[in-house]
Design a protein around this ligand. Structure first.
Ligand SMILES: O=P(O)(O)OC[C@H]1O[C@H](O)[C@H](O)[C@@H](O)[C@@H]1O
Length: 466
């Protein structure tokens, strides 16, 4: 079995540790039976080819070659890569790049470590316009990533960039700076690539956007940024092996799912992901999409209306101890906290003993910032537990590509298992369609005249205070 580093510590979920708010041994036994049933269903779904994300750790060597070659081509002509993509076509690459290069990565010049990766995941013109002002268009490549090939934000950015590049550099140089990542058979990017020779990579049809970070969607930008995508996949593969058992006590993804489900059943409607590392904030935002779109559903699999879902919150420790913790400690008993802790920060700063006579400072002297932030993570979980407030911790030995691959796979499988326990479909997102259609109506898209009309009637209710 491949070596694995991530550990799940769930002591502060247990009734015998935190009291009545915790999960009792008997409940774990019941959960275990439910999990075994869903495991069987997931096996059937996998057989039927519906759970494509589970195959991503083992992609054909040929595909990885192609990704690495395309990354080498782009980095030979450009210093910066701008991803035009949103949601599942953006958050995974951001999460891994931010984790590995650091939250301050944009301040570093591009260099031998790979291209600088900008992820333009908003049609907000202030943001996108200033990004375009900032990069040197001659030394910038653009990855247009959209599984559907029709997402308005991404496609409008593409149109803006294409015209800008063509005006500045001419058609041939423009096409050299582009790469498309989309569905293998359909969509507008496929259509365009038939006419214009833009390199194109495929998103497997059975992998939805929010489960696609380990497909070319995440792998190409990450390879361009100089990250070890093979190590990322190896980590995911090691976690897949560790999550093969149908038994709750032997499967960390299933235990995570069972805890989330068990606490949701007890009214814990909010799941806070709080890594004790600023560089992991992107991972918390990636997880927020995974959890929200997968589990927020109106209908159960039997067709009844259920309106289920646990609200994900992205937080970061120790920062949010000074912002949100008051609510977590004393607010409604409706939250479950998932901490991510690091055994090793990869660097450390020792704290000098500059004021030995000031007690409130001298205890810090001679210690280090890693010791402080690790103590804060432990203290926060313990403080919550002392008030009967549950949490669990994913303990990461350090931040690295293997570990991130492990965490990504773990959370994806846990999400699908939780969906199974809730008896909803964790792979679709029907609720996001109406606002898209109404926007099409507002923007005058052909075929959406009814939505334009619907929009006029919905708009009529404006009531301004000032
Ligand atoms: O990759 P795309 O087809 O452009 O989709 C981008 C995103 O758009 C949507 O509205 C979905 O809710 C997301 O799940 C998806 O990741």
């Amino acid at each position: 079995m491949a070596k694995r580093g991530v550990k799940l510590d769930y002591a502060y979920c247990l009734g015998k540790v935190i009291g009545a708010q915790g999960i009792a041994d008997k409940e774990l036994v019941d959960l275990s039976a439910k999990v075994a049933q869903v495991h069987q269903r997931l096996g059937e779904q996998r057989q039927a080819g519906d759970l494509g994300f589970m195959d991503l750790p083992d992609q054909p060597a040929q595909l990885l070659e192609t990704i690495l070659e395309e990354a080498a081509r782009l980095s030979s002509i450009a210093d910066d890569l701008v991803v035009l993509g949103i949601g599942g076509s953006a958050l995974g690459a951001t999460a891994v790049d931010m984790a590995l290069k650091g939250a301050l990565r944009y301040a570093q010049p591009a260099g031998p470590g790979g291209m600088r990766l900008f992820v333009a995941d908003n049609s907000d013109p202030r943001f996108f316009g200033s990004l375009l002002d900032r990069v040197d268009l001659e030394r910038t490549a653009f990855a247009v990533i959209s599984k559907s090939g029709s997402t308005a934000e991404t496609m409008s950015q593409f149109l803006v960039v294409k015209e800008l590049l063509e005006r500045r550099l001419g058609k041939e140089e423009t096409l050299r700076r582009l790469v498309f990542i989309t569905d293998p058979a359909k969509g507008n990017l496929r259509l365009i690539a038939k006419e214009e020779p833009v390199p194109i990579l495929s998103v497997p049809p059975n992998v939805g956007g929010r489960y696609s970070v380990l497909s070319p969607v995440g792998l190409l930008p990450l390879a361009c940024a100089g990250h070890d995508i093979q190590a990322l996949l190896a980590g995911a593969g090691a976690m897949a092996e560790a999550c093969a058992s149908p038994e709750l006590e032997k499967n960390p993804a299933y235990m995570l799912a069972a805890l989330n489900y068990g606490f949701y059943q007890r009214g814990r409607n909010v799941l806070v992901m709080m890594p004790y590392a600023t560089d992991l904030f992107g991972l918390a935002q990636w997880f927020a999409q995974l959890w929200a779109e997968s589990l927020g559903k109106a209908q159960s699999l039997d067709g009844s209306t259920v309106n289920l879902g646990q609200t994900p919150v992205a937080a970061v420790g120790a920062t949010d101890q000074h912002s949100q913790l008051q609510l977590y400690m004393e607010g409604p008993q409706d939250k479950l906290i998932m901490f991510l802790t690091l055994g090793n920060y990869g660097r450390d700063l020792s704290i000098p003993d500059l004021y030995p006579r000031i007690d409130a400072l001298s205890y810090l002297g001679g210690r280090s910032l890693a010791e402080l932030v690790q103590a804060e993570a432990r203290a926060t979980a313990a403080a919550l537990a002392s008030q009967g407030r549950p949490s669990y911790s994913l303990r990461l030995p350090a931040i690295g590509p293997e570990v991130l691959g492990e965490v990504i796979y773990l959370l994806e499988l846990a999400t699908v298992m939780t969906g199974g326990l809730l008896n909803i479909n964790p792979l679709d997102q029907p609720g996001v369609e109406l606002s898209k259609k109404l926007s099409y109506g507002l923007m005058g898209r052909k075929g959406f005249e009814a939505e334009a009309k619907q929009m006029r009637s919905l708009d009529a209710g404006d009531q301004y205070l000032i």
